[in-house]
Design a protein around this ligand. Structure first.
Ligand code: GLU
Length: 366
């Protein structure tokens, strides 16, 4: 038995005119039900709310105005769930709606709540269907795209595999529509800058929802120790085929070491609020010595943050070496930096701990 997150893109679920593609949803429900009946725990991350709402509200193109997109999402999300509900009912299987915002991942409490709810639904054999809560997510607080949301959900629930069902059948070195010679890349061992370039690279027009955002999601999930598969969502049965050991789409191999859900939360879910600049001694204590961060090795503090916030630890050149949860505010760290732990109490008038960041609350970045 394995835990699977299956992300389904809007292009897979909707028709050209914006309405939902009922046949496709029906086929997805059939396959997902078979997987669940076979003992797999399946969580869907489904787009398609805005596209479904567009049709109902009479938009031919996706509106650019955020209010209009939110209105479409409000109408479309319920249509989407109704459609999934109807298809899964044929197999007597229930679905549960989980709408998340970026903020949910930033706080340990809401993060764990979301995790517990999904875990509970899975114990009931329910298929959780996740989407972004588009009606209240404005641009500044958005995930950006559902590929990223799916990678975060995979980390949240400690998934074994993340499947990204797309309108393309995997990663190609060149656009297969323009270059018929281009051959599908079946396995990616490491997402190098060259691979990123193939997918359009940063700042490319392919951008949101394109191959580049899928690659970033794959990078995030594989770093977590989760295997990622990008397969076509337009062909029936590809998830099962991959699980049966067949080669379909592009497989991204996970990094060897699987990180715990808590360390994954620190590394990928919670947002950094600032930087702590380390001297050379602290750099090697953290990176090779496996030590906690003490005030003595801190040269500078950038940004304003509170106890419990996440920050990046950087070297003098600005390279991000680690990310961790601080035990002191930025103002307090400013006062104790460069000093011995024995001096903390006399300087601040209190002491929470010797460490500015405890090793258990820190992830070393590669
Ligand atoms: N949450 C959006 C929707 O359901 C989709 C975002 C995306 O596809 O990346 O319409």
């Amino acid at each position: 038995m394995s835990r699977l997150v299956i992300k389904i893109g809007s292009n897979v679920l909707t028709q050209r005119n914006g309405g939902l593609n009922a046949k496709r949803i029906s086929a997805i429900a059939k396959e997902v039900n078979e997987l669940a009946a076979g003992g797999h725990e399946v969580v869907l991350v489904s787009s398609g709310a805005i596209a479904a709402g567009m049709g109902k509200l009479g938009f031919e193109k996706k509106p650019t105005d955020i209010q209009l997109k939110q209105a479409c999402a409000a109408v479309g999300q319920s249509l989407l769930m109704r459609s999934y509900g109807r298809c899964f009912r044929r197999y007597n299987r229930k679905v549960g709606q989980i709408l998340l915002t970026r903020g949910v991942f930033s706080y340990r409490g809401t993060y764990l709540n979301a995790k517990n709810t999904i875990d509970t639904l899975l114990t009931f054999g329910v298929i959780p269907i996740v989407n972004e809560n588009d009606t209240i997510s404005t641009d500044e607080i958005k995930f950006g795209d559902n590929d990223r949301l799916a990678a975060l959900v995979a980390g949240l629930i400690d998934a074994d595999k993340l499947f990204i069902l797309s309108d393309v059948d995997g990663l190609y070195p060149d656009d297969p529509k323009k270059n018929p010679q281009a051959r599908l890349i079946t396995t990616v061992e490491e997402i190098t800058p060259e691979i990123e370039q193939m997918a359009g690279g940063a700042g490319s027009v392919v951008g949101t929802g394109g191959m580049y955002s899928k690659l970033l999601a794959a990078k995030r999930a594989t770093a977590h120790g989760i295997m990622v598969h990008i397969v076509s969502g337009r062909t029936y049965g590809l998830v099962s085929a991959v699980l049966d050991g067949k080669k379909r789409g592009t497989t991204f191999l996970p990094k060897e070491q699987r990180i715990s859900s808590r360390k994954g939360w620190i590394a990928y879910a919670i947002r950094s609020k600032g930087y702590i600049v380390l001297d050379d001694g602290a750099v090697s204590a953290l990176v090779t010595g496996g030590k906690s961060l003490l005030p003595s090795g801190i040269m500078r503090v950038d940004g304003s943050f509170k106890t419990g916030d996440a920050v990046f630890c950087v070297d003098a050149a600005g390279t991000q070496l680690a990310k961790g949860i601080v035990n002191y505010t930025s103002e307090d760290i400013e006062r104790i930096r460069g000093r011995q732990t024995s001096e903390i109490e006399s300087i601040l008038g209190f002491k929470y701990s010797d460490e500015v960041i405890h090793r258990d609350n820190m992830v070393i970045l590669q």
